[in-house]
Design a binder for this molecule. Structure first.
Ligand code: IVH
Length: 322
């Protein structure tokens, strides 16, 4: 094979593996078996080893790479990663709606799951993932790029239709199934099990050896714009659909609501569905759908005035002793 065709073959293998990762990890509808996937992966590994001149940090083989770190660098968030004001009753949500209606009109709401995980910022330059950072104190977080690259649902490259520079924000979580299996392994090894999937996700992201993180069943849901690349979207729902199109995992369930009655119904429906998701949820998030109104509403010290969290009653695991 000549140099050009080797380069082309490497690019073909990378795109194919990306496509299959997306089908398997994001869309849950794989089209090839493990054996065929492994053949593509092994061929790519071999060609990259023989031709280091074609190395790329965004290659699927680079999801697990690098030596253990001694600590995490700090990343400043621009804009800061805010929190959400919480409500615990429909009455409090009605107050929120009244506040919004005093300032703006002609809008709808979006109701979506409040994923119980660890907030994360993903930054893409030249459509390649260059940085992943935790929320930290909102102003400054930890650079956990190497750990986050191991999450196979996260695209390392974006399609040409995506902006060159893009920041998106979401929640890294540990799958329910994966959490149970991880805790079994922890107990078998004589270690203390994790209290819940959120602690397990947070603990995994803090590991200094990304090879260990690669064995943790982590995933992500992207639900918000970062500071760069999302200026053009007029509605939240359009933005989320576009994120999906660019290859990001987004919420499997959301409702656009014209009235507060619809919002309450959506919140109740979501609560009945909470056990059907791969992630734990601790509530719903109600967001204005029209992004052009966000600047009008602004933010408080705690969070944006265009969104509210609605917390469900905490779940208690019940054991029936027979
Ligand atoms: S939007 C300005 N959407 O909940 C903050 N946050 O308790 C906008 N969270 O810090 C965030 N699911 O980490 C948003 N669907 C969702 C969410 C969500 C979970 C987290 C987020 C936030 C925390 C606030």
């Amino acid at each position: 094979m000549g140099r050009e065709s080797i380069k082309e073959r490497i690019e073909f293998l990378r795109s194919e593996i990306e496509r299959h990762d997306r089908l398997y990890y994001v869309e849950a509808r794989p089209v090839i078996g493990d054996r065929d996937y492994d053949l593509l992966y092994e061929e790519l590994l071999k060609l990259e080893r023989e031709h280091p001149e074609f190395h790329s940090d965004s290659s699927p083989t680079q999801r697990v790479s690098g030596e253990p770190l001694s600590g995490f660098a700090q990343v400043r968030h621009n804009p800061p990663m805010q929190s959400l004001d919480k409500t615990h009753s429909k009455g409090e949500l009605a107050d929120f709606d009244a506040m919004v209606r005093k300032e703006v009109d002609g809008f709808t709401y979006n109701v979506e799951p409040k994923v119980d995980g660890v907030s994360m910022s993903l930054f893409y330059e030249d459509r390649r993932l260059v940085r992943a950072a935790t929320r930290g104190n909102g102003q400054v977080g930890d650079d956990v790029t190497l750990n986050v690259k191991t999450i196979r649902a996260i695209p390392l490259r974006l399609p040409p239709s995506a902006p060159e520079s893009l920041e998106v924000r979401g929640e890294v979580y540990m799958t329910r199934d994966g959490f149970v299996k991880l805790n079994e392994r922890e107990e078998e090894s004589g270690r203390e099990p994790f209290a819940n999937p959120r602690n397990a996700a947070a603990g995994s992201l803090k590991l200094l050896d990304s090879k260990e993180v690669a064995n943790r069943p982590l995933d992500i849901v992207i639900y918000n714009a970062g500071g760069t690349g999302c200026e053009g979207f007029s509605t939240h729902s359009e933005m989320i659909e576009t994120f999906r199109y660019w290859g990001f995992p987004v919420t499997p369930w959301s409702k656009t609501c014209a009235t507060m009655e619809d919002v309450y119904a959506a919140i109740d429906e979501l609560e009945t569905l909470r056990h059907t998701f791969r992630f734990e949820i601790d509530g719903a998030v109600v967001k204005l759908n029209e992004r052009s109104l966000y600047d009008v509403l602004g933010a408080t010290a705690h969070g944006p005035r265009w969104a509210r969290a609605y917390k469900y009653a905490p779940e208690r695991a019940e054991t029936v002793v027979e």
